[in-house]
Write a protein that binds this ligand. Structure first.
Ligand code: F6P
Length: 324
């Protein structure tokens, strides 16, 4: 009889720690006598039938590497029902017990549709540097991205202080300010701007000027990237035109997505990979691995399909208190 198998893919923006999760999926599956197919380039690989048999040693020496060894993509085709039909047929043909999807909001929604429309059992692992998935406090990749941004901003602070300068630093997060507010607090930034809320540059400028008046030698304003490209440049110009503030701009961009995963991301990836396989073996059909109140658990996938976008605004009060 053919050995049972599971399939695993990474989808959406990659994040450090995804390799730790893949390694854990493979090693756990083998310990339970299951084969593993890695699907290349996310949902695209299901449509192109682009797969690799992942054996025990294929995931050796990857836990410390950023990116994902099975690659990722944002699949436009998968948004169409006819392509999802093809993807499901391919998984059925493979004889996979279920599919493990490592990714963010869009990937979770894709997995949900695959299950709802075609009955494919899915287990999702939150993997996004944005940490904006509803129903979980943490996602794989967030911690490393924070550390990368913090290290860069500390360096900017050094040169800013030497020259009595203000900097706008744009961090990632197209529709989430979680990276922005967390690094703002962790770097002692003077202000943070979330483009998805009304931007109050007058208050930002006033806060910076108040600090300068009491002798601050540098100011850092963190800008969450937002949906529209070029917001950092726009705010830089507006601060100059309307508030006579000459701030330098530094866009951190994709360096936040790469690099060796932190210990925490390796740990979360390892734990969640193990839990996801176990969940499929236990007969779960549409679940996600989550962290709630600090506890790692399995939750219904439907509880994780929204965008968590309130947390960061609650942290604003802390930032304002500390940035006085
Ligand atoms: O993966 C999340 C993320 O890094 C967001 O923070 C960012 O806005 C987006 O992906 C960038 O995506 P891409 O690399 O496809 O331009």
């Amino acid at each position: 009889m053919k050995k049972q198998s599971i399939a695993v893919l990474c989808s959406g923006g990659d994040g450090p720690g995804m390799n730790a999760a893949i390694r854990s999926v493979v090693r756990t599956a083998y310990s339970l006598n299951l084969d593993v197919y890695g699907i290349y380039k996310g949902f695209e690989g299901l449509l192109d039938k682009s797969i690799v048999h992942l054996d025990l040693s294929s995931v050796g020496n990857i836990i410390q590497r950023g990116g994902t060894v099975i690659y990722s993509s944002r699949s436009l085709r998968f948004m169409e029902p006819s392509y999802r039909f093809e993807a499901a047929a391919f998984l059925q043909q493979l004889g996979a017990l279920g599919l493990i999807v490592i990714g963010g909001n869009g990937s979770f929604n894709g997995a949900h549709l695959l299950h709802r429309e075609h009955g494919i059992p899915v287990a999702c692992i939150p993997g996004t540097i944005d940490n904006d998935i509803d129903g979980t406090e943490l996602s794989v990749g967030f911690d490393t991205a924070l550390n990368t941004a913090v290290e860069a901003i500390d360096k900017i602070r050094d040169t800013a202080t030497s020259h009595d300068r203000s900097f706008l630093v744009e961090v990632m997060g197209r529709s989430s300010g979680m990276i922005a507010i967390t690094v703002a607090i962790a770097t002692g930034a003077e202000a943070v701007i979330f483009p998805d809320r009304e931007v109050d540059l007058a208050t930002v400028a006033a806060n910076v000027k108040r600090g300068v008046a009491r002798g601050k030698k540098s100011s850092i304003i963190i800008v969450a990237e937002g949906e529209k490209e070029g917001l950092g440049h726009l705010y830089q110009q507006q601060l100059k035109d309307h508030y006579q503030m000459d701030a330098k701009l530094c866009i951190l961009g994709h360096i936040q997505r790469g690099g060796n995963p932190s210990a925490r991301d390796r740990f979360i990836g390892s734990l969640m990979g193990n839990m996801a396989v176990q969940a499929l073996v236990d007969g779960e059909v549409a679940v996600a691995t989550v962290v709630r109140d600090g506890k790692y658990q399995i939750a219904p996938l439907v509880e994780c399909l929204g965008k968590r976008n309130e947390t960061e605004h609650k942290l604003m009060e802390l930032l304002n208190t500390l940035a006085l």
